[in-house]
Ligand binder design. Structure first.
Ligand SMILES: CC(C)(COP(=O)(O)OP(=O)(O)OC[C@H]1O[C@@H](n2cnc3c(N)ncnc32)[C@H](O)[C@@H]1OP(=O)(O)O)[C@@H](O)C(=O)NCCC(=O)NCCS
Length: 135
């Protein structure tokens, strides 16, 4: 909750975390250093895709490749489960996150108008197509 609260203008409530983590479709990766949680990524495993619901890294541990590793693990998970896409939404103003996703091969495929109810900002939908591995 500490990481969540300092990472988002409208952070998830504790109950939302619990509800998501209790969902059998939820995939959660946590990054830890010496037992200390420094980041996390939560996705829902859907029929053809993994839908990334939340990603955050503690401000003191940013720009060290933690988020890149978390999303990369989600991509590996999607591949292992033979899903076709990894999908997520991002605020157009969130340049660090957009750069992260672009660097991992996500493409902007659609925009949902006024998706975020707090600021009425649009959401950019970004998709990474999972390539079939050779052999
Ligand atoms: C977005 C966020 C998860 C990135 O986490 P991170 O661990 O710092 O990211 P990484 O170190 O793995 O960065 C990987 C790449 O993303 C890009 N990137 C990440 N943060 C960046 C920044 N502040 N400015 C520019 N590029 C950035 C860079 O290309 C970076 O590679 P590089 O460091 O080799 O240049 C983190 O800033 C965060 O928690 N933000 C608040 C919550 C949030 O916006 N979550 C995403 C919601 S869609």
């Amino acid at each position: 909750m500490e990481i969540e609260n300092c990472s988002f203008p409208s952070p998830w409530e504790r109950e939302t975390f619990i509800m998501t983590l209790e969902d059998p479709r939820c995939i959660c990766y946590v990054a830890r250093i010496d037992g200390l949680t420094i980041g996390y990524c939560l996705s829902l495993d859907m029929k053809h895709m993994l839908h990334v619901l939340n990603l955050a890294v503690h401000p003191e541990f940013r720009r060290r490749g933690v988020a890149k590793r978390l999303i990369s693990e989600m991509i590996v998970c999607a591949k292992t489960r033979e899903r076709i896409y990894v999908v997520l939404e991002v605020r157009p103003s969130n340049i660090p996150a957009r750069l992260l996703y672009t660097s991992l091969g996500f493409l902007h495929v659609s925009t949902w108008n006024e998706y975020y109810t707090d600021t009425r900002e649009d959401a950019d939908v970004m998709v990474k197509k999972i390539e079939e591995s050779a052999g």
